[in-house]
Design a protein around this ligand. Structure first.
Ligand SMILES: [Mn+2]
Length: 330
């Protein structure tokens, strides 16, 4: 963390760009926006972008710092010699577009992340797997450098930390995480706005999606694995994005006997996104890596490019086999 602080202190004035992963979640948005505030505090004029538009439930975080969709950028915005800060992305392709294509003159890539599976793609790499969220990294550095965090940055950091830790209940939560949250509240982080916008803001389409997930739920290995799926016709007819259903994998996880929860999602025909959650025995990151994916110990994902029924059969067979052999135990 000291290294990141030192790096930021010495950073020479240049155009700066902040980007995070596609299908941005609370931490991608929270760390991008708070990094924007941190760079602003350091005297820069940052531009914050994402492949996609900010999901509706996170729009409340856009105040002085906004996130531009790359499709909406002016040509001049693309040609600067940027120092690029990549937030919360284990691999560079997680951002969902080619940096050299969109920003042909970009210079350094600064990789700021907390995923164990990070492959150190940056020119500079600041990877802290012990941090519960990338937003926690930014909160901690912000505080260390300035002794305060502006309210709107505090709300963004709070959102990133709470959404990435299951409201401070996942194993990744440390006493330092909780101490930071306490300071964020002192800095007047707007937790009411966050709760209403993130947790009490579902569309009727999302409820239909949830209904489908509950209807399709099944178990295998006597309930050690609980899984369900959301097929293409449902995501399309209800206009669902990945962000709309990011927490629905928590439903199979609620089954008491369940150690491994799996959600198969289809937003693009025959391209199945698979979310994995585990409770304490199985390392989700190791499991996902068998399928070319990755993530964290308790939450990970991967993709299979086959029709839903074939993808499910293929993944479940391999997962059951691996679990029987204790292949991915912690
Ligand atoms: Mn994260």
């Amino acid at each position: 963390m000291k290294e990141l602080k030192k790096y930021l202190k010495k950073l020479v004035k240049s155009p700066v760009l902040v980007v995070s992963h596609e299908s941005p979640d609370g931490d991608a948005i929270g760390s991008s926006i708070s990094m924007g505030y941190l760079l602003k505090e350091l005297g820069f004029n940052p531009i914050v972008v994402n492949k996609e538009r900010v999901p509706a439930k996170y729009i409340f975080l856009e105040k002085d710092i906004q996130i531009k969709c790359i499709d909406d950028l002016q040509e001049a915005d693309k040609l600067e010699k940027y120092n690029v800060f990549v937030m919360d992305s284990a691999k560079i392709d997680r951002i969902g577009f080619s940096l050299s294509e969109i920003f042909p003159n970009h210079e350094n890539i600064v990789n700021i992340d907390h995923h164990v599976s990070n492959d150190y793609f940056g020119t500079r790499n600041f990877v802290f797997p012990n941090m519960s969220a990338t937003s926690e990294i930014i909160g901690s550095v912000f505080l260390d450098m300035f002794g305060f965090i502006p309210k709107d940055a505090a709300t963004a950091i709070y959102t990133g930390v709470m959404t990435d830790t299951g409201n401070l209940t996942y194993e990744s939560t440390t006493s330092a995480t909780v101490a930071l949250v306490s300071i964020l509240l002192e800095m007047k982080a707007d937790f009411n706005a966050m709760r209403k916008s993130v947790y009490e803001n579902e569309s009727i389409g999302q409820m239909y999606g949830l209904k489908t997930i509950l209807n399709n739920m099944d178990i295998t290995m006597d309930g050690f694995v609980a899984y369900t799926y959301l097929p293409y016709d449902i995501t399309v007819s209800n206009d669902l994005t990945a962000g709309d259903i990011e927490n629905y994998v928590d439903y199979p996880k609620k089954v008491s006997s369940c150690e491994v929860a799996i959600l198969f999602k289809e937003f693009i025909k025959d391209e199945i996104r698979v979310s994995i959650r585990t409770k304490g025995i199985v390392d989700a990151n190791k499991l996902a890596s068998v399928f070319g994916g990755g993530g964290h110990k308790r939450a990970a994902g991967f993709r299979i490019r086959k029709p839903m029924d074939q993808s499910m059969k293929f993944a479940l067979n391999r997962i059951v086999e691996g679990l029987k052999n204790n292949e991915w135990n912690n």
